[in-house]
Design a protein around this ligand. Sequence first.
Ligand SMILES: Nc1ncnc2c1ncn2[C@@H]1O[C@H](COP(=O)(O)OP(=O)(O)O)[C@@H](O)[C@H]1O
Ligand SMILES: [Mg+2]
Length: 274
Amino acid sequence: MNDAVNRSSTAVKSVVQVRHASSSAQDALMNSSQSPVGAALSLTNVEYRYAGNRAGDGQPAGLGPLTLSIQPGEFVCVVGPSGSGKSTLLGLLSGFLKPQQGQMTLSGRELSGPVPELTLVQQEHALFPWLTVLGNVGFGLKTRHLSRQEQERRALAALKQVGLEEYAPRRIHQLSGGQRQRVSLARALAVQPSLLLLDEPFSALDVTTRHQLGEELLGIWLTQGSTVLFVTHNLDEALSLGQRVVALRGGQLALDAPAQDLTLQDLKASLESA
Ligand SMILES: Nc1ncnc2c1ncn2[C@@H]1O[C@H](COP(=O)(O)OP(=O)(O)O)[C@@H](O)[C@H]1O
Ligand SMILES: [Mg+2]
């Protein structure tokens, strides 16, 4: 690892330590009317199978049955090899897929389709090339019954959180990959989600930019108080960012533990063992 990466991961760890130690600060945030309150998430025996697609064991591929409970304001990393069900999990939570079995609740209310307090950031930016950076970030606010001024104020505030406010009038093609991913993050933050879902958001980026964005995400999480579910296949990233790591293998829960209790070897072993 080079120096920049080492420094970056040390900084990330120190932010995490602050976060682990700062439950009273978190309580204060939760009570602040400025910040969205992180949502509690609960899945009970949730199952989804893709019709016609058989996994190696002859079972239809998919996820579950999965039971998982996430506390308000937690930062949980989800890891697992390719095909282990990570994106399926986020698809179910964001309402793109409907579970065939089981129940999901968000802050105690049944989750059975898309809801505005939950946003998803994906690896591909899915930004609109015909809109400006500000237009992209404000896009999700259009349906929220807010005045144009308020939409613009929130979009600018979200852009500021990711350090791109001076890029507001630019077009997407004028931005680097890292900047585009910041815009995607700002678009998700603009709607002040109580649950932020991220599906391998930084995996297309170089290692230094990936660490920088991870650090920024932790800083934003500290001030915003949202619950975060961060999917990555990078085990180091999961251990350095998450308070808790959930590992999936073949659509099943392979491990669920506080990050501080885990080593890289533990994680690797949980994913390898049959
Ligand atoms: N649209 C789909 N149609 C059929 N099978 C799918 C589809 N999407 C995913 N799968 C299968 O479901 C399993 C879980 O996929 P996915 O959730 O995308 O895994 P991950 O995100 O962990 O790589 C895999 O076996 C995959 O092949
Ligand atoms: Mg995936």
